[in-house]
Each structure stands twice: as C-alpha cells, then as structure tokens.
Design a protein around this ligand. Structure first.
Ligand code: AMP
Length: 470
C-alpha cells in the first residue's frame, strides 16, 4: 500500500488545556494540506490527562463539525489527511493511530512509505503482535510501543529509526509530549513554525501560513524534534551526508505557495517552465496550462519564450470526486464537468500546452483531444518533468511499471499516443537546475529507476546506506 499524506502537530504553551483551541488550529492546518490527502482525516488532542480524537472518511470540512471541534480540548495535538489509494480504503486506516499501553498513550500520524514494512510486520506478528490495519504506520507504532516499555521517548524513537527503511515524516504524541521525526534521507517534507503562544509542525509551510505563523525551518533529515515547555529540542540522530528529497513534491504534489527544504515551490515551477522554453522552443501563438498543475510552469514558459500566456482550459473549482459513470457518453460529460475549453482562446491557434507530468498518459490524450476539438491547429505538449519511467516506493502513489506510459514507449511513441504535434519532456539536468538542490541530494527514483534505499528487484545507488550516527 502506498501512502501520500499530510501530517500536522500543534502545541500551545502556557495555556489552559480546557480553553485551548488546538483542535481548531489542527483543523485549519489540515484544511491547508487537503491536497495531500482527500480520503480520510483525523485529529487527536491531549488535555493533560487523556486523549480525545475525531476521525472520518472524506474531506476536512465534511468530516468535522464546529461542535465536535469545540468539544475536544487539549493544548497539544496531531492531525492527518490521507490520500485515496486503490484498495485498503476504510476507517480503520484513518490516522492518527492511537494506542493505550502500560506506559501511557501514543498517537501517531505518518506521511511516507516503508519499504521493509512486511519483514518488520512478520517479525512482530511472530512475536505475538496483533495488527488491526495493513498499514506500515501501524508497524512503526508497534515498534515504538515495545521500545517505550524500556526507554525514554527519544531513545525509543532512535531505536525504531534504526529498523525502518523508507520514507517517514511523523508527528507523534506520547501522552502530552509532541515529537516530530523525519527519516534520515528527508524524503518527505516536514517543517516547523511558530504561532502566537505555540509551535506547529507540518508537512508543508502553507499550514503554518494559514495559522498566521512563521516558518522557522525544516525538520532536518534524521532529526527528532521534541516540543517541550515552550522550547524546541533537537536530537540529530543521523547525519547522512546526502539527503534524498522527493523531487515529485516540487513537480506536482506540494502546493506552489509552500517552501520545502529552502525552495519556494512556485519559483521552482516557474523555473521549470523557463527551462522547458530553453530546451524545447517552438513557434506558436499561445502558451496554455493544463490547470491547475501546469499554471506556474506555463507562466515561466511564456515569460522566457515571449509567447503570450492565454488560458484555453478552465477547471471546475468545486469538483470533488466524481462517481464512476457507466457508458462512454456520460463519461465524456464527467470529463467536461472537471475541465472545459475556452474555444475563443484556442480556435485557429498553435497552442503550447504545459502540464506538470505524464503518468499513464490518459489525461494528456483526453485534454489534447479537447483542445483540438476546440479548434487548435497545432498542439505542442511541454511537460514539466522528465519521463516517469519507474514506480515510486517511497510515498507517491504513482502507478505500476506496467501502467507508466514512458516505461514502455519512447518519446515519439508517447507523442503519438497522446496525439500531440510535438512533445518535450524536461531533461533531468534541467529539472535539477530548476529545483535548486544538488542532484545527489534528491530522490529521482521515478525518473531514473535508481533509488536511494534498497528495494528488492530495483537498482540502488547507495549500497552502503549505513547512516553515520553522531
Ligand atoms: P495520467 O498521465 O493520465 O496518469 O495523468 C497525469 C496527471 O495526473 C498529471 O498531469 C498530474 O497533474 C496528475 N498526477 C501526477 N501524479 C499524480 C499522483 N501521484 N496522484 C494524482 N495525480 C497525479
């Protein structure tokens, strides 16, 4: 099971737990991270003596009512939004996971994906652990509880980190102690902010902005951050020379107004567009984005090429998940419900269509057909990422190798399938330049087929991932 999620933690210092709006702040932070997961969401707060929790399937505003939020008090808490993945969909997978054990209560929210979760789970099960879900996050929780029975929180987390392979950005509540953890490669984002009277930790800085807070810094790869008595205490357990930040966060997943590992995503996408214009110039009348994911790069392409930015497609902002409609005719209606053309902007024109990525190729084909039926005389596809040739095992729900169009087809082959007059994928070097982070410090697994951790049957470029302990 692959997880794409958003996590949050909020602690308000020197406040009366009974009067504190921590749950409301977590609610707003999760709202800001909704793009990271729409399937389910949960909030857990601790009031100094016990935890209170709310959970449900669906979007943040659908799951919580004002009364419920007002009724759970506590000055510290965590939250989670979970992405819709095929299968394994149900309330039991909804996080934060909470466990009461001999030493207290632990709640955990996880973004990422472990690649050794099966081995760890088999081992735990053979020693008597009982699992309620098929989630790798529950594996982390079981390991943590075992350690907490004999060590303090930081040592326990340290011991757990030694066992985990893969990506994990975690917010954890051990009784009323808030702790944030980022895996030693910093695969998934996690950052810390300050709000009046407290601290926030979140997958993306937009959550901090929403709470009118100030981004302090990213959680470092391999760092355990403890929020206690108004202070942030850092335990840098690992000092891996080269992190492996997920490049797909910049390409598609994160919000453009987030700053991740020092880079404003908006600027990265703008540079991606500029770079595409340098690598794949073409004579055309307008540059048009596939909304919303192609907008920022299209602005960059237009600026660099001098070709007018003109929107040819409009997205319905209020579309949720459309139910599957049987029959071709109604399916077409469903597509048009999501996205419509502005034919007056397209008709008789040579269009450069900018999108962030091609995964299976079905969306591009459909959109290019729409643009052609709206009267475009040429459609030149420019893609803000290199070809995606390999699956992601580290937290992006991409597709299997079989489903990835570029895993089996050459660029002219993809061009033919999506029915474009020309197709240009950004080069890997161009992407790295646009992101502004050294190539050795990025995970490019989906673009190269070589991963920063060992995955059975796949190539790994860091055989000796023995992390240097401080
Ligand atoms: P397709 O090529 O039909 O699979 O669709 C690709 C489009 O889906 C891209 O242009 C993105 O906007 C979007 N996309 C890319 N990766 C993901 C993902 N992991 N989850 C959801 N949508 C994605």
């Amino acid at each position: 099971m692959r997880e794409e999620c958003g996590v949050v933690g909020v602690v308000m210092h020197n406040a009366e737990p009974q009067s504190n709006p921590t749950a409301l702040q977590i609610y707003y932070a999760l709202y800001a991270l909704q793009h990271r997961g729409q399937e389910s969401t949960g909030i857990t707060v601790h009031d100094g003596s016990m935890v209170h929790s709310l959970k449900g399937m669906g979007l943040v505003p659908e799951v919580y009512s004002k009364e419920e939020i007002d009724n759970i008090s506590g000055n510290v808490g965590i939250g989670h939004v979970r992405y819709s993945t095929t299968g394994a969909s149900g309330i039991e997978n909804c996080q934060p996971f909470i466990v009461n054990f001999k030493g207290g209560t632990v709640a955990l929210a996880h973004n990422g994906n472990l690649v050794n979760s099966k081995e760890l789970r088999d081992e735990l099960e053979s020693k008597g652990s009982i699992f309620i879900t098929d989630s790798d996050s529950e594996v982390i929780l079981h390991l943590l509880i075992k350690e907490l029975l004999r060590s303090d929180p930081v040592d326990s987390i340290h011991a757990v980190m030694r066992r985990l392979v893969g990506s994990y950005s975690l917010t954890i509540l051990i009784d009323d102690l808030l702790i944030a953890v980022r895996d030693p490669l910093g695969l998934k984002p996690l950052c810390i902010g300050e709000v009046e009277g407290g601290h926030v930790v979140a997958s993306e800085s937009v959550a901090i902005d929403t709470l009118n807070g100030k981004l302090i810094r990213d959680v470092n790869p391999g760092e355990i951050v403890v929020f206690k008595d108004g202070e942030i205490k850092s335990h840098r357990i690992y000092n891996e020379k080269h992190p492996a930040h997920c490049v797909f966060e910049y390409i598609y997943f994160a919000r453009p107004d987030s700053i991740i590992d020092g880079q404003l995503v908006y600027r990265v996408r703008e540079r991606i567009g500029e770079q595409l214009a340098v690598e794949y110039p073409v004579d055309a009348d307008i540059v048009s984005p596939v909304p919303d994911s192609g907008i920022t790069s299209a602005i960059g392409y237009s600026d660099k090429s001098g070709i007018k930015y003109h929107e040819g497609l409009m997205k319905n902002r209020y579309i949720g998940r459309t139910f599957i409609i049987p029959g071709q005719a109604m399916r077409e209606t469903a597509v048009r419900l999501k996205m419509n053309t502005i034919s007056q902007n397209i008709e008789g024109r040579r269009v450069i269509l900018i999108d962030d990525s091609i995964v299976r190729g079905t969306t591009s084909r459909r959109i290019i057909d729409m643009v052609r039926s709206a009267g475009a005389v040429e459609v030149h596809a420019r893609i803000g990422s290199p070809a995606i040739i390999a699956p992601c095992y580290l937290g992006i729900d991409m597709a299997t190798r079989d489903e990835l169009i570029a895993a089996h087809k050459t660029v002219p082959g993809v061009e033919a399938v999506i029915n474009a007059d020309s197709l240009g994928y950004l080069s890997i070097e161009g992407l790295v330049k646009a992101v502004g982070i050294d190539k050795e410090n990025l995970c490019l697994g989906c673009l190269t087929g070589s991963y920063p951790v060992e995955i059975p049957g796949e190539e790994c470029h860091r055989r000796q991932l023995k992390l240097n302990e401080f």
